[in-house]
Design a protein around this ligand. Structure first.
Ligand code: SAM
Length: 343
């Protein structure tokens, strides 16, 4: 399905079958500062997970709460504007989405509204029968890990065989750096069958994730990892989360035209299982959390988030030797620990 949205100085085109999206401003050369309505909603459908990953920023456990199907449908309704229609896509997380008893109904409700659904999983419940049930309901899935010895390569193959694009979400911390270097060196290529891309996620110290495991520029292995990005031998594509963008711009030869700054609160929104909306799932600041029972999506997106946007745009890179300073939106204002090249 093709989705097109237009507003003064904002144009969006998306294809829910391929996942291709294009965005431009008044002209193709201009980038809009923000969307008049979110393009993507990152939705935690529970805070329930029985795996207990030590890196989990949500601290999800086996007694976490679920977002009921009816509440999920209300969230999708709230995300539908009379002017711009619905969001283009949802990224379903948690908790563990596959442990949600109504996960398939959630996917069906999403598809009925013409919204593309993606999800992230710890992979534990992935098998052939689940993959068959997901057929046609999911665009892409991401499997999370932080160590390759604990990664089961059969999970990606099973999903890929059902036509689902699979990415590996590799959480990059002090402890996982060695495997991350190995991924760039191609040492784990035999484990990456069925994997479209490896996305390195900057470890954020929240929930069970501890500050002492955050990356540090004083760690020579982190510098080694960065030095291997441009000429990597990984058989899958590699990508990075938005928190990594300042580092890519400052220390690699990556073309700045292919790098997007953080989209949180500008093009995407996060909603947790209790209906709290905030610009980013990692936001650790209650000032930017608004419950959908108290505010309309229009109020949240077009009024409440303005103070957040002003704060984000006021952060400027002060690095005079960075050739890409003009392309960089600067550090994340939520976590000082992951500000590696801006002060
Ligand atoms: C909290 S998980 C929940 C979904 C699912 N249970 C999973 O394991 O992917 C949502 C996303 O956050 C990422 N994540 C978890 N803890 C993180 C952390 N401390 N820093 C950065 N990303 C993290 C995961 O890799 C995943 O992409």
């Amino acid at each position: 399905m093709i989705v097109a949205k237009r507003a003064p100085a904002y144009n969006f085109y998306g294809n829910t079958d391929t996942g291709l999206t294009l965005r431009w401003g008044k002209t193709m050369e201009e980038n809009p500062l923000r969307a008049p309505w979110p393009e993507l909603a990152d939705i935690s459908i529970s805070n329930h997970c029985t795996k207990g990953c030590g890196f989990c920023y949500r601290g999800s456990g086996d007694n976490g709460s679920f977002m009921p199907l009816e509440s999920y449908e209300s969230v999708l309704d709230a995300l539908t504007s009379p002017v711009y229609g619905s969001v283009f896509q949802v990224a379903l997380g948690g908790g563990e989405p596959l442990e949600h008893p109504a996960f398939l109904d959630i996917l069906k409700a999403t598809a009925e509204r013409g919204i593309a659904a993606n999800f992230t999983t710890n992979g534990e419940l992935v098998d052939r029968s689940l993959a068959a049930a997901l057929d046609g309901l999911v665009g892409a899935a991401a499997i999370s890990t932080n160590w390759m010895s604990g990664y089961d390569p059969r999970k990606a193959v099973v999903l890929a065989d059902s036509g689902i694009k699979v990415n590996l979400h590799f959480v990059l911390s002090k402890e996982s750096l060695q495997d991350a270097i190995g991924l760039l060196e191609g040492k784990f290529n035999r484990l990456l069958e069925g994997v479209n891309g490896v996305v390195f996620l900057t470890y954020k110290p929240k929930g069970r994730a501890l500050a002492q495991s955050c990356l540090s520029m004083n760690d020579s292995r982190f510098k080694e990892f960065i030095s291997k990005i441009s000429l990597n031998s990984c058989r899958a594509k590699i990508g990075f989360d938005a928190c990594f963008v300042p580092l890519l711009l400052r220390y690699t030869s990556v073309d700045a035209d292919y790098v997007d700054s953080c989209e949180c609160g500008f093009f995407s929104i996060y909603i947790d299982e209790l209906g709290n909306a905030s610009p980013c799932s990692f936001a650790n600041d209650g000032r930017y959390r608004f419950n959908l029972s108290a505010y309309s999506m229009n109020q949240i997106w077009n009024n409440c988030f303005e103070a957040y946007r002003e704060e984000m745009l006021s952060v400027k890179c002060a690095d005079e030797i960075c050739a890409n300073a003009e392309h960089c939106r600067g550090k994340c204002s939520f976590y000082e620990q992951i500000s590696f090249c801006c002060t």
